[in-house]
Design a protein around this ligand. Structure first.
Ligand code: GN1
Ligand code: MG
Length: 385
């Protein structure tokens, strides 16, 4: 695993309230750098991201009243300038595509906002990397799933893939090496395990056993990629449900946000991530593990919405690996949380020391539920292709 991918020493912002306040104050000062069309009247923490610090900025403007300000976690994204370059290439391409596809519904792409000096980011005195993007006005996102949103979430991911399906993968840089390469997460986990004296508990033992039982399975998508069964394409990287924006009036999906991990990869990572996130009604953060299950009705809705716009570019092999992708990405996220717990919570922000352990168990319970419904899930995919 590369150093780039294993951010030793990342700050744990949430566990340090004073630093959080300082960050917020800094946020207000930085917002002014990007506020070209009005005066900043409010800056507040926004969303529930696990990596970057995100703020919603309000302006006293009659045009756009909000924008999103973010401090990129450069312990994770070591080359933040690449993210901004990718975002610009992506946005330009999609805007052109949208001019040629007749769409009878609202679909928007967040824009990169420039500083008063026409730069796409701002470095503050501490060297922190800040950037601003437009807010999709009149829209909202949801941390937990609603049945009526299933088709729309699938549509949003399908639309996203559709709009970049003709953008060659080499046009975008790799902003996060090793991201979603499960065998590398496994290797990292084994390295952490080898140098950690693990405090054993029933929860820890459950996780250790769970990972140990799925060593071979961890290679399934990477093997398919190496054998040429699944092509390298562009992906979103993080299409979880709260990255889909819904029009507040129509409740239709209108955008997918969080474009930092748009880069070459497999569309299967996205399909798997969208389904592991969207079909878990209890959500990622619950500690009531017995309540966790994979909801096949939601799965049907999401797959239906996805295929309504994605059928054109999917191959037979693509369909054959969808079930494995769902199972793998749930397992992989559990593995990432568990490894981070063992490493001392250096990658994902946490609210308490056992937080990543609890998140890992939630994903492993979800994986178990996926495994126990393999036939039903495979049938849903088969019946809809
Ligand atoms: C992280 O920061 P956020 O919440 O957008 C993570 C995703 C995980 C997700 C789980 C760059 O995303 O891969 O699926 O947490 N992003 C990165 O909630 O590691
Ligand atoms: Mg993200």
């Amino acid at each position: 695993m590369t150093e780039e991918f294993n951010p030793q020493g990342a700050e744990n912002l949430v566990a340090m309230p004073s630093l959080r306040d300082a960050t917020r104050t800094a946020g207000a000062a930085i917002a002014n750098q990007f506020a070209q069309w009005g005066k900043v009247t409010d800056v507040k923490a926004f969303g529930s991201g696990n990596i970057n610090d995100t703020f919603l900025v309000t302006l006293d403007s009659s045009e756009e009243q909000h924008f999103v300000l973010q401090r990129i976690n450069t312990q994770v994204f070591r080359q933040p300038k690449l993210i901004m370059e990718n975002m610009r290439t992506f946005t330009e391409h999609v805007h052109k595509r949208l001019q040629h596809i007749p769409l009878n519904r609202r679909w928007e792409v967040p824009r990169v906002l420039l500083t008063k000096d026409a730069q796409d980011h701002w470095r503050d005195a501490d060297g922190s990397f800040w950037r601003a993007i437009s807010f999709i006005e009149g829209s909202q996102s949801f941390d937990t799933m609603r049945g009526s949103h299933a088709k729309e979430i699938g549509y949003a991911l399908g639309m996203f893939h559709n709009l970049i399906s003709d953008l060659p993968s080499e046009k975008l840089a790799d902003t996060l090496q090793g991201f979603h390469i499960t065998p590398l997460y496994l290797q990292h986990y084994e390295e952490v395990l080898a140098k950690t004296s693990v405090r054993k508990s029933a929860e820890v033992n459950y996780c250790l056993q769970f990972v140990s039982d799925r060593q071979t399975f961890a290679h399934i998508l990477e093997n398919a990629k190496a054998e040429g069964k699944l092509p390298l394409r562009l992906m979103h990287g993080d299409p979880k449900i709260n990255n889909v924006m819904f029009d507040t009036a129509t409740q239709q999906a209108v955008s997918i946000i969080d474009l930092d991990t748009v880069k070459p990869g497999l569309v299967h990572y996205d399909i798997g991530d969208c389904l592991r996130s969207g079909c878990n009604p209890a959500g990622e953060e619950t500690e009531n593990w017995e309540s966790i299950y994979f909801d096949t009705d939601l799965c049907q809705g999401i797959v239906k919405g996805y295929l309504s716009v994605a059928k054109a570019f999917l191959t037979e092999n693509d369909y054959a690996y969808i079930y494995d992708a769902i199972r793998l990405i749930a397992f992989e996220l559990g593995l990432r949380f568990f490894a981070d717990y063992l490493a001392g919570n250096i990658y994902f922000k946490v609210k308490h020391p056992e937080h990543n352990l609890a998140r890992a168990i939630a994903q492993f319970k979800l994986t178990q539920s996926i495994e126990s419904q393999e036939t039903q899930i495979r049938n849903i995919i088969k019946d809809m292709k």
